[in-house]
Ligand binder design. Structure first.
Ligand SMILES: Nc1nc2c(c(=O)[nH]1)N[C@H]1C(S)=C(S)[C@@H](COP(=O)(O)OP(=O)(O)OC[C@H]3O[C@@H](n4cnc5c(=O)[nH]c(N)nc54)[C@H](O)[C@@H]3O)O[C@H]1N2
Ligand SMILES: Nc1nc2c(c(=O)[nH]1)N[C@H]1C(S)=C(S)[C@@H](COP(=O)(O)OP(=O)(O)OC[C@H]3O[C@@H](n4cnc5c(=O)[nH]c(N)nc54)[C@H](O)[C@@H]3O)O[C@H]1N2
Ligand code: SF4
Ligand SMILES: [Mo]
Length: 686
């Protein structure tokens, strides 16, 4: 019998940010985790990974004590010896102080991402960084390209309410795979289909679980979405689906757009995308003839060098048809820009010194191997303090990352829940709590609720929260800031107060606060996010990033991707695996067995040509590295395209070299951003 059930929120890096009901079996133990029924977006549904969360919280491999490495790097738990927290904190402070004394504060790089999305526990590391003058991080591993492309048109990172999917007659899932990555989108699509007979169209290079359920699947070559969007708009103008009155009122340059698109015919796009012209025309007619068209824009199609241009091009569609005027009509990329939050206390923004150098997190490999393009004329990075991320698995140019972590002169401390591949390379590993063991609050990309989650069980072993660790470390380093003197709960209270929000205890008790804007606002009927209130077909790329010269003036195919050549004739996509969440859940047996083993999906025609049969080991290679995986013939992609669902630990690959040995740390245009699905490779039977 459970003691009780507490309301919580899923902390993982997923646009769904599900409301949760968590059974407590005792003050130390959780039981079942269910989708919150009180939240109309979650509507009682969560993914299988989190429903099994007890497996992860109470996993026998959870880190219980601080660990000091006494053996070789990369070995794992056996190379470490347990030490007390006081000793660990002394060693951590010493490591950081020593690096700063020798080379200056910029030699220290606090490195983080979104292992938890709770704002106190995730972003508190920024406060330490700013208070100490440590190197700043440009957080490019996930949203940079998508943000740049969306804001270029709409001007602000918000859009339709996710619940409006149920009001639509056509849902277009463009470059995302919600069956795997945000299951709730499917709940609302199912409602629209049942109640309104809505259609689903999917734009994705391979037949994903989402594409399997679609009425129409546009299975294009990766990195060519700009061409598809331009041709669709060509047809919208040509065949009378453009809403000229809407455009005159709400957009910047409709006539110029129409002239520009005259040459962007379906035949032109067919040659670039590998789709057929007739199929593009059919999709354009379906889109153009549906007023209530909900365009759900994912991240996947932006993870290319031209990803911002692709996002911008796709986001132009509802501005041409005027779909924004109707219920369920318009687009949603993410709503995180909708929440008005004062983040200065959490992030220590009062202490930010803009002259401190910034390092691009996706370029950790080049940074650690001394690339001057990243380091500038500043010092090398000689100390890394890592929370909330597993770069040895998830960063591109893995071989450089590995070389960097192997440096004898680099001090590495990792605060983690598990002995990840990154933790195994550290000098010092500190045990971290999970979201059930600390307080925090959450905003969401896919819906409109602000949620507060309280500690539900006691920390496992000697685990400490990110916030508590940062406060203890700050005291040893002499870092001063009011945020280091408060509990996580007091941080939430102060942040809510400064943001004009109700008290967090109330928000928690009522199961979240719906921050949805009214219809006019979320449909941009009182103006888009730019000063003139207009959607921009012709973005001011210059204001967005230094790579602006390469950007197309109007929506177009931007020829900046890693094109196949004679030596590397395949395009590789490393899409997310359903049972993992980035690097997380690779430690749980159920997720592992569901995923099987690292596998390359290869078109049967390519298999036949190269003499590959199901289960063969194949070699994928390019100038960055070579990776061995098992092949699976799969006709749900174009010949010349490969998909390896990710992210498997390196150690699960033959030879110990994982998929990110192939991906590039090149910066996407115009403002950076990782390009995980933009990789040319050679394929051969191993
Ligand atoms: N090939 C390829 N690579 C990719 C991608 C891809 O599609 N293909 N996707 C990329 C994307 S979009 C992203 S966002 C990155 C994400 O990659 P990561 O940042 O590694 O993502 P996660 O697996 O979400 O979280 C990392 C770690 O945070 C830890 N963690 C969770 N909560 C806490 C906490 O409260 N405290 C501490 N100290 N640790 C905690 C978890 O145990 C986990 O090991 O990967 C990128 N890498
Ligand atoms: N199960 C699971 N859930 C996850 C994650 C996970 O790893 N596993 N990761 C989480 C994180 S950090 C994020 S950011 C989100 C990401 O979730 P999504 O928005 O779904 O984005 P991606 O994961 O990058 O890729 C999704 C789809 O984009 C497709 N794609 C790749 N290249 C192109 C292209 O050029 N054009 C088009 N049209 N499509 C393309 C891929 O084939 C894939 O099916 O999911 C989160 N949820
Ligand atoms: S769908 Fe996403 S937010 Fe919901 S429980 Fe699963 S990982 Fe968490
Ligand atoms: Mo992400």
């Amino acid at each position: 019998m459970p003691l009780d059930t507490v309301l919580s929120a899923c902390p993982h890096d997923c646009p769904s940010t599900c409301a949760l009901e968590v059974e407590r079996l005792s003050p130390e133990r959780i039981g079942k985790v269910r989708g919150g029924r009180h939240n109309p977006y979650t509507a009682g549904v969560i993914c299988a990974k989190v429903a099994r969360y007890a497996d992860r919280v109470h996993h026998p491999d959870r880190l219980m004590q601080p660990l000091l490495r006494v053996g070789e790097k990369g070995v794992g738990r056996a190379a470490f010896r347990a030490i007390g927290w006081d000793h660990a904190l002394d060693l951590l402070a010493e490591g950081l102080l020593r690096a700063a004394q020798r080379h200056g504060a910029e030699a220290v790089f606090p490195y983080f991402y979104a292992g938890t999305m709770g704002l106190v526990q995730r972003d508190g590391i920024e406060r330490l960084r700013h208070a100490m003058g440590y190197s700043r991080q440009i957080s490019t591993i996930c949203v940079s390209l998508a943000d740049a492309g969306w804001k270029a048109g709409a001007g602000i990172k918000r859009g339709l309410d996710g619940r409006e999917i149920a009001d639509a007659d056509l849902i277009v899932m463009w470059g995302g795979n919600p069956v795997s990555t945000q299951v709730n989108v499917m709940t609302h699509i199912a409602r629209a289909r049942k109640e309104r007979g809505a259609k689903l169209a999917v734009v994705d290079p391979y037949r994903t679980g989402t594409a399997e359920q679609a009425d129409m699947h546009l299975m294009l070559r990766p990195g060519t979405d700009g061409a598809l969007a331009a041709a669709v708009m060509h047809v919208l103008f040509r065949d009378g689906f453009a809403d000229r009155a809407y455009m005159a009122k709400y957009t910047d340059a409709p006539e110029e757009l129409e002239r520009h698109l005259a040459a962007r015919t379906p035949e032109w796009a067919a040659a670039i995308t590998g789709l057929d012209a007739e199929e593009i025309g059919r999709f354009a007619h379906l889109y153009g003839s549906t007023r209530r068209s909900f365009l759900r824009l994912g991240y996947g199609f932006t993870r290319s060098r031209n990803g911002a241009a692709n996002m911008h091009a796709a986001s132009c569609l509802p501005a041409v048809t005027g779909a924004w005027q109707y219920p369920g009509g318009g687009a949603l990329y993410s709503n995180t820009g909708m929440y008005r939050l004062d983040r200065s206390l959490i992030e220590g923004l009062d202490r930010l010194n803009p002259s401190v150098r910034r390092l691009d997190q996706s370029r950790l490999g080049p940074i650690l191997t001394g690339d001057r393009r990243d380091l500038g004329d500043g010092p090398p990075v000689t100390a890394l303090f890592i929370q909330n991320t597993n770069p040895v698995m998830v960063c591109p140019e893995h071989l450089k990352v590995r070389e960097g972590f192997s440096r004898a002169d680099l001090f590495v401390a990792v605060h983690e829940q598990f002995m990840t591949e990154t933790a195994a390379m550290a000098d010092l590993v500190l045990p971290a709590t999970t979201f059930l063991e600390h307080d925090d609050f959450y905003i969401a990309g896919g819906h409109t609720f602000l949620q507060v989650a309280r500690k539900a069980i006691e920390p496992v072993g000697e685990a400490r929260s990110n916030h508590d660790l940062l406060c203890a470390l700050a005291h040893r380093l002499g870092a001063e800031h009011p945020g280091f003197e408060m509990s996580a709960w007091e941080m939430i209270e102060a942040t809510f107060r400064a943001s004009g929000l109700p008290a967090p205890a109330i928000v928690h008790e009522q199961g979240g606060l719906d921050c949805a804007a009214d219809f006019e606002t979320r449909h941009f009927l009182n103006g888009f996010g730019h000063a003139d209130g207009k959607f921009r077909f012709k973005p001011d790329w210059k204001s967005i990033g230094s790579g602006h010269e390469r950007m197309p003036v109007l929506p177009d195919h931007m020829p900046a991707i890693e094109e196949p050549d004679a030596e590397h004739p395949f395009r590789l996509v490393t899409a997310p695996a359903r049972s993992f969440l980035n690097s997380t859940f690779t430690e749980t047996a159920a997720s592992r067995s569901r995923e099987g083993r690292p596998t390359a999906l290869v078109h049967p025609r390519d298999c036949a040509r190269l003499g590959i049969v199901a289960g063969d080991m194949v070699r994928l290679s390019n100038k960055r590295g070579t990776v061995l995986v098992h092949a699976k013939p799969f006709e749900g992609l174009q010949p010349g395209v490969l998909v390896v669902e990710s992210i498997w630990p390196n150690a699960t690959f033959v030879g110990g070299i994982g998929i990110n040995a192939l991906t590039s740390a090149d910066r996407g245009f115009p403002a950076g951003g990782a390009v995980f699905h933009d990789t040319a490779v050679a394929l051969a039977k191993a």
